[in-house]
Design a protein around this ligand. Structure first.
Ligand SMILES: Cc1cc2nc3c(=O)[nH]c(=O)nc-3n(C[C@H](O)[C@H](O)[C@H](O)COP(=O)(O)OP(=O)(O)OC[C@H]3O[C@@H](n4cnc5c(N)ncnc54)[C@H](O)[C@@H]3O)c2cc1C
Length: 457
């Protein structure tokens, strides 16, 4: 079958290098990544996905799977290969009786939040609404609802998958449980997921928003936050960040460009209860630049950062799982953050305690069930000439703080320069089982444009 046959067989468009929309179609969220695939198969349905997988495999093409296209190193695309682009497969169906939601693999978290909000429901996704549900879920998924309801994968009930040999399978705790286990954290290694079924939870209005302090208080804030977290109610999703106040509205002009330590929180409940939940932390701290916590619909909080992070910025990512945040580590984070090469560059520590710890290390592929935070260092700027500086800062920062951490990181916070040992460290004891399942479902490693799990020997 040639590319003309593929075009005729698919309901969706097949975009090649000579097509007028090729450059737009190949663009990724991270402007630092510039990949030139041979073909982009914009699948319209499962039949298209089966045809595209078979076409790629039979023609010996490198295959990338694209959901939201947000991945840091651009693992939703590849050079000189076939991109299976799922971005138009956006169907969402909420079942209010069971409180579940079925989502297509092209959905962003904003698409699903929009659909579930009408029913007073939400699934734990990430903190930027343009992120793809597919890549986020398969890597694990952390966000404001994680402390109470777990990782995104802890709320995954079922997934439909097109395997490397073109077969279609449903994976759940009852059907093909080994595949279901591997999908929950193992990334895009096992097949193309064409549908996700999630358990949603009651979430409607939240008391939420950012609080920014002058960075000179960073040590006091980070220590207070660390000590506060274990006793904070799980309805409170709350993370700490070291960043710079953006020089733009709506931020107060007198704070523009100043280094800041920020607490960003979302309380799933009333304003009164939210204030009570935050009080033990805030009572100990000095006056902030501003405190913008207020009552808002949950999807508004989920999209709060979207305007600051449009598609096409330069991003360099690095992360670690963090178990303990010692005073010495806090001082190192603050010192390294002061060297940030741009206003947008940031470090966030997302809590993965509470419900995440109630799932056993071996119950899903995601193993870091005893870590307290998933930390991310992101060098970000709009200027492509800053790419080198962002990368150097991210690497040097990580070198300075890594010694405090147990090893391994959230695979969705890694570039493609980490090496096999880091991927193995992230899965720890679960890696051999993942490798065995990879061998069963994808023995030739057809799906290798990802944080790759090698099929067992
Ligand atoms: C601004 C921003 C904010 C973020 N915030 C968070 C956050 O709060 N919490 C969090 O957990 N993560 C967060 N992330 C990280 C995010 O989870 C990853 O970037 C993730 O890879 C995005 O998924 P995607 O579908 O958009 O990616 P894509 O680039 O489309 O794909 C990424 C990877 O997933 C695989 N994949 C995608 N779709 C499928 C599919 N249907 N079947 C099989 N494999 C597939 C691909 O093989 C590829 O390796 C954020 C990222 C960005 C850029």
């Amino acid at each position: 079958m040639g590319s003309e046959d593929l075009k005729e067989s698919l309901r969706g468009a097949v975009i090649g290098r000579d097509d007028a929309d090729y450059d737009e179609a190949r663009k990724l969220y991270n402007g630092m990544i510039d990949k030139r695939p041979l073909l982009i198969a914009r699948c319209a349905d499962v039949a298209d996905v089966i045809t595209a997988v078979n076409f790629g495999r039979d023609n010996g093409l490198l295959i990338a799977i694209r959901g939201g296209g947000h991945n840091g190193p651009g693992l939703g695309s590849c050079d000189d290969g076939l991109v299976i682009d799922l971005s138009t497969m956006k169907g969402v169906r909420v079942d209010p009786a069971s409180g579940t939601v079925r989502a297509g693999p092209g959905c962003t978290s904003g698409d699903v939040d929009h659909a579930t909000h009408a029913f007073g429901l939400a699934v734990p996704f990430g903190i930027v609404s343009t992120t793809g549900v597919a890549g986020l879920t398969l890597g694990g998924g952390t966000g404001y609802l994680t402390r109470k309801y777990g990782l995104t994968i802890d709320n995954l009930l079922e997934a439909d998958v097109v395997l490397a040999d073109g077969r279609f399978m449903t994976a759940s705790k009852k059907e093909n449980p080994d595949l279901f286990w591997a999908l929950r954290g193992g990334g895009g290694n096992f097949g193309v997921v064409t549908s996700f079924l999630f358990q949603a939870h009651p979430v409607k209005m939240v008391f939420a928003g950012p609080i920014f302090w002058d960075a000179k208080h960073g040590q006091a804030i980070m220590r207070a936050y660390r000590d506060f977290l274990p006793s904070a109610p799980e309805e409170l999703g709350v993370f700490v960040g070291l960043k710079t106040v953006p020089s733009m509205d709506p931020f107060p002009r007198e704070a523009w460009g100043k280094r800041t330590c920020a607490i960003i929180a979302s309380y799933n409940g009333t304003e009164e209860d939210g204030k009570k939940a935050m009080a033990p932390l805030l009572d100990k701290l000095p006056a902030p630049f501003f405190n913008w916590m207020g009552v808002m619909p949950f999807p508004a909080m989920q999209g709060l950062f979207d305007p600051f992070f449009p598609k096409g910025l330069q991003w360099y990512w690095k992360g670690d799982f963090v178990k303990d945040l010692t005073d010495e580590a806090i001082d190192t984070y603050i010192a390294e953050s002061a060297k940030a090469p741009s206003e947008l560059s940031l470090v966030h520590l997302y809590p993965i305690d509470g419900a995440v710890h109630r799932v056993g290390k071996g119950e899903t592929a995601w193993r870091a069930r005893d870590a307290t935070w998933s930390m991310v260092i992101a060098g970000i700027d709009s200027n492509p000439q800053q790419a080198g500086a962002l990368t150097r800062w991210g690497r040097a920062y990580w070198e300075a703080v890594h010694k405090f951490n147990p090893g391994g990181a959230y695979v969705n916070f890694m570039m493609d320069d980490e090496g096999e040992a880091r991927v193995k460290a992230s899965y720890g004891d679960n890696y051999p089982r993942l490798a065995a399942i990879k061998k069963k479902y994808d023995p030739a490693n057809l799906f290798r444009v990802n944080q790759n799990i090698q099929p067992a020997a």
